[in-house]
Design a protein around this ligand. Structure first.
Ligand code: NI
Length: 201
């Protein structure tokens, strides 16, 4: 049963990913403005809690913000993505990095308080900020980014449950509008390229 359910969820994630892609493509056609090459109806500003206080994305205007949604108990997907983001950051110059503020948002706030998520992301790169909040706050931000996640009970495990979640890096441009969606499995080189393009825009 578990396998069938996982296949269904993976299928659903794929459909959502394709849906966002098609929808974004249509938005691009409708806009017909070469300058606004972004997903202006996706995402938007939010405030969530880090272990050093609240972070409001509106205060980060002018920086490029790669955003990833996940959770600290994740067995592999988040580790792969955060490792790739960290490796991409290492390919950039100190000057480029100073203009980039990566954010990791926990979709498992029940277990990930700001202290835990902060400590977790700094293991990958000290420049990444980990964010959490109430389930309501986190869900609202996830929903505005079309992130889907689901709590899955685990039998025979003292972890209790895991979280299935979509795995996309949202690259927010200096103007606060999402420029690029980086899908799971992209290389650090591809991520670094997307970040440089956002810096140059
Ligand atoms: Ni994960």
């Amino acid at each position: 049963m578990q396998n069938v359910k996982q296949i269904l969820i993976l299928g659903l994630l794929a459909v959502v990913s394709i849906g966002i892609g098609l929808w974004a493509g249509m938005q691009g056609d409708a806009a017909r403005q070469p300058k606004s090459a972004g997903y202006s109806d996706l995402g938007g500003d939010f405030t969530l809690m880090s272990d050093k206080g609240p972070v409001n994305t509106a205060d980060l205007r002018g920086k490029v913000i790669p955003i990833y949604f996940g959770f600290t108990h994740c067995p592999d997907v988040c580790i792969t993505s955060l490792s790739a983001i960290a490796a991409a950051l290492k390919q950039l110059s100190a000057e480029e990095r100073a203009q980039i503020q990566p954010l990791f948002i926990s979709i498992d706030p029940e277990r990930d308080d700001p202290a835990r998520v902060g400590e977790y992301v700094r293991f990958f790169d000290p420049g990444i900020i980990g964010l959490s909040g109430t389930l309501e706050d986190v869900s609202k931000v996830a929903k505005s980014h079309f992130v889907i996640f689901e709590k899955v009970p685990l039998e025979d495990s003292n972890m209790g449950y895991t979280m299935d979640h979509s795995s996309i890096i949202y690259v927010v441009g200096r103007d606060g509008i999402i420029r690029t969606l980086i899908h799971h499995g992209e290389t650090p080189e591809a991520i670094a390229k997307a970040l440089r393009e956002a810096l140059a825009a």
